[in-house]
Design a protein around this ligand. Sequence first.
Ligand code: AMP
Length: 535
Amino acid sequence: MSLRAPRSTGTRGGWLNRPMESMSDQNLYDFLKRGFPVDPQAPCMILPGGAVLTYGMLDEESARFANLLTALGVTPGDRVAVQVKKSPRALFLYLGSLRAGAVYLPMNDAYLAHEVEYFLADAQPKLFVCRPAARAMADRAAAKASVSHVLELGDDGEGSLADKAFAQPAHFPQSLGGGDDLAAILYTSGTTGRSKGAMLSHRNLAVNAEVLHRQWGFRPDDVLLHMLPIFHVHGLFVATHCLLLSGGRMFFEPKFDARRALALLPGATMFMGVPTYYARLVLEPELTRDLCSKMRLFVSGSAPLSIETFDRFEALTGHTILERYGMTEGGMFCSNPLEGQRRAATVGFPLEGVSVRVAAQNCQPLSAGQIGEVQVKGDNIFRSYWRLPEKTKEEFTPDGFFKTGDMGKWDADGYLTIVGRSRDMVITGGLNVYPSEVEAIIDTLPGVYESAVIGVAHPDFGEAVTAVVVRSSDEQGAALTESAVIDFVKKTLANFKVPKKVHFVTELPRNSMGKVQKNILRDKYGPHSAIGCKL
Ligand code: AMP
């Protein structure tokens, strides 16, 4: 493969300094396995009770699952849908699915019956793995979608899936599929409209794993504190792939818990979390430099990290959080540097191998300081949404860049800042207001814990800038008024950006990855204007 030269047009990144085909043509499991320690007894996962699972066990258990899938008639390309709690066996099932050439389809365990029915009907998997408690619902949904098999996997690894796998050989001779074959379908969070299934190949996932592992300096002696869910790109791909590629070990926890994190941090070197985890950690009086003395890197992503949390975390621990940016459709696109300055409220530079541009409506790259849509291209980017060729076409530019729907801007030094989703942009009196700019000001007002800014239909302005504020739990919070918020913003921002209305709430609605669900706020505080704001 020839090296691609960086573009001179304002597109950043895209430079590969070494050939990638050797890694990315492989089955993803075989690629990850290249990082496993030679000794099969080497520890891979440390469970909450202290039990240690080795790399040898991971290899054997995932082989049993691969054999079971094959025995059930799952052939390469068949989907395996999974809605279970996070557990070691759930991870082994993912790896077994890769080895068998199946297409892994993880679902948020919070999804309700009608949502599961939608995913099964859309993806038509051969096998659906559910929790034992959800069996009746699973059978109904599976029958409607003509799913051939339903098996159970309980929170402690029990159930028919494990029983059947136990009878299978612990060796899977030859992984099936790789390269451009599909490895997974991940449904997007779908805060507007129906979720779409992003089709990710072995190559998409392998190249992103390789670059993250290298650029974040993962090492065999690393210990990752893994508290993220494994139905999402962050916990399943980013965290797990980096760790497995390094041959290190991880504290594999069922979920995030701030007190539990404090107990485990002294034995860890790496941590990945969504901003909510960090916002909760800084409230813990026991979070100190001493506690984090072995830590090498804290990574944040999946939603914007506030400057307050970034600064507070640094003051308490001496660690500068590394913020990165990406999405389901392609893994990670940008990261602050491991070496060099990590800047608050930025997501750093394009990763090696990823071309990133901030583009005007005509797709021309914009220069530093100008806001436009973030568009990305690279071997990590998905090819298509499952069974939605027309929708897919709309989401790519004629020159092959994926339109992320995020608005961003470069600074003079090449750091990218995400200013929000294009559909969250407020157009008031014909002028664009980026909510993150207003939120950042409101958040500095004493008495404010956090805020979200939305557009609400207005007869005169089209949309009115509207703030939804969570008060802090101190006296300043108790005394905070609507006019205090409005007057404060007036002092800093142009008048058209000042909220016309402030609503106080006890908490902001967030999804499981910590993203504020602005669609819920818009529904609550007034119909969103029909003014189009998507590029
Ligand atoms: P998901 O596909 O669920 O991972 O969501 C991807 C979306 O999360 C992106 O398109 C962004 O809108 C948002 N996102 C991810 N990382 C960041 C970040 N560091 N800062 C701001 N937004 C982010």
